[in-house]
Write a protein that binds this ligand. Structure first.
Ligand code: NAP
Length: 255
């Protein structure tokens, strides 16, 4: 059975991705940092699709934790076919660009960009070994960035920078790993209903009703899950280094 690691999959978009991949026949390593109960609940729900699910506590900000996550997946399942870099945080405080503090910058960049960069490096090396050994046929890497990769929010500059960095990270690894037949693609979610967007729900409710997005509804975690399944199933195997918007049309420039 193909095996996927989905970082930050105890809740929100990551959980939606894990559920969609499980429904498509992937064993899943559920990853979380703090909330073990949520991870256990996610694993129970994922296994109801008839696949195996394990949970692993690992803080993707810490390079060694990321390595442990990959090693524990290989110990538990014996293979790794797909890495989904999903875990990410918003700044604890939305601070104006002229006031923002270095501490928030460092925390957001370490979690959203440095962590995925070195996790991808480690997982890619393992995938190359697994392919060489004939354990897996295809390997794929997906990066969950955001519409913030190309949209300014002047009260969370560090978040936007981290997501723009993920776009270049996707292209770098896509370029490097193509010779090993490993695709690396970026999904740019729009406004998705999760705990992360809960504090700004009223603001976004109004913006969406007023037509911010051509498709006038909140995105749901399984909207992102379906896009990941398309990649995981091999439907986009001649696509690499691409940024795929799953955003209700938010990215369209309109007059
Ligand atoms: P969320 O509801 O806050 O869920 C975050 C998940 O990531 C949880 O499972 C959490 O586990 C885990 N996590 C947080 N920090 C982690 C770390 N350092 N190491 C490992 N796991 C960690 O967030 P979400 O809305 O689903 O967002 C998921 C991703 O999509 C993020 O990268 C976010 O930037 C991106 N995104 C979200 C939206 C949106 O509208 N929601 C839009 C565009 C992009 P614990 O509970 O254990 O901490």
């Amino acid at each position: 059975m193909p095996t996927a690691i989905v970082t930050g999959s105890s809740r929100g978009i990551g959980r939606g991705i894990a559920e969609s991949l499980a429904a498509a026949g992937h064993d899943i390593m559920i990853n979380y940092t703090r909330n073990e109960d949520a991870a256990k609940e996610a694993a129970e729900s994922v296994s109801s699709h008839g696949v195996r699910a394990e949970i692993c506590q690992a803080n993707v900000t810490e390079t060694q934790d990321g390595r442990n996550l990959v090693d524990k997946t290989l110990e538990a399942f014996g293979r790794l076919d797909l890495l989904v870099n999903n875990a990410g945080i918003a700044p604890r405080v939305r601070a104006d660009l002229l006031d923002a503090e270095t501490q928030s910058y460092d925390e957001v960049m370490a979690t959203n960009l440095r962590g995925p960069y070195f996790l991808t490096q480690y997982a890619a090396n393992k995938m190359i070994d697994l392919k060489t050994a004939g354990t897996i046929e295809a390997a794929r890497i997906v990066v969950i960035s955001s519409i913030s990769a190309f949209t300014t929010s002047i009260n969370r500059g560090e978040y936007c920078l981290s997501k723009t960095g993920l776009s270049m990270m996707t292209q770098l690894f896509a370029d490097r790993l193509a010779e090993h037949d490993i695709t690396v693609n970026e999904i740019q979610p729009g406004i998705i209903q999760t705990d992360m967007t809960d504090p700004v729900k009223d603001k976004y409710d109004k913006l969406i009703t007023d037509g911010l997005t051509p498709i006038r509804r909140w995105g749901q975690p399984d909207d992102i899950g379906k896009a990941v399944v398309a990649i995981a199933s091999g439907l986009l195997d001649f696509t690499t280094g691409a940024a795929i918007p799953v955003d209700g049309g938010f990215h369209i420039r309109r007059l």
